[in-house]
Ligand binder design. Structure first.
Ligand SMILES: [Zn+2]
Length: 159
C-alpha cells in the first residue's frame, strides 16, 4: 500500500486492530494498488443486534471513509466483514457506485431495486477471495482460521 494512504483503527483489542489494519492494506493492494490519497478510519465496536448488520461503510467525501466493524464476531467472519466493507471503498473510489440526492447509481445507472443492489452482490462475491488470499499469507489453513472463535495472533501475518 502506498505510504501516503492513511489507515487508522480504533476500538477492539490490539490484535483485532492489527488484523483490521493488515486486511485494509491487503484489500488496497489487491483492488486500489495505485491509490495514495485514501483516508480510512476503521472503528471496531459492538453493533447492536437489532441493526442486523455487522459492518458499515460511510463515504465522507474526498476519498475519506469511515468503516464500522462488529468486534464481537469470530475471526473468519470478522475478516469477511472488513473485506466486504473495503469492496464498497473500492466501488466509491473508482466511482462505480455514486450517490446523488439519496439515490444510488451503479456505473452511472440509477438503481431502485433494493433487494438486488449490484454493489452488495459484488461485495458478497469478492469478500471471500479477498479473505482467503489474506489467510494464505498467514500460513494457516482456511479451516483453521474458521475454527477460531475470536481473533488471535494466528490471524496475523507479521507477529
Ligand atoms: Zn455491503
Amino acid at each position: 500500500m502506498h505510504p501516503h494512504n492513511s489507515v487508522n483503527v480504533t476500538g477492539g483489542t490490539q490484535i483485532q486492530r492489527q488484523l483490521a489494519y493488515d486486511l485494509v492494506e491487503h484489500c488496497v493492494d489487491q483492488m486500489l494498488p495505485r491509490h495514495r490519497t485514501l483516508w480510512i478510519e476503521v472503528e471496531l465496536k459492538k453493533i447492536p443486534d437489532k441493526d442486523k448488520v455487522v459492518g458499515y461503510c460511510q463515504d465522507d467525501g474526498d476519498n475519506m471513509f469511515t468503516i464500522e466493524i462488529d468486534k464481537t464476531q469470530n475471526a473468519y467472519d470478522f475478516m469477511l466483514t472488513v473485506c466486504h466493507e473495503m469492496v464498497h471503498v473500492k466501488q466509491t473510489v473508482r466511482k462505480q457506485l455514486t450517490e446523488k440526492n439519496l439515490t444510488h447509481f451503479w456505473y452511472g445507472k440509477q438503481h431502485n431495486d433494493r433487494r438486488n443492489e449490484p454493489w452488495e452482490l459484488e461485495a458478497w462475491r469478492l469478500q471471500k477471495p479477498l479473505t482467503h488470499s489474506y489467510i494464505k499469507q498467514t500460513k494457516r489453513t482456511i479451516k483453521h482460521i474458521k475454527s477460531l472463535t475470536m481473533v488471535t495472533k494466528e490471524c496475523i501475518i507479521r507477529v
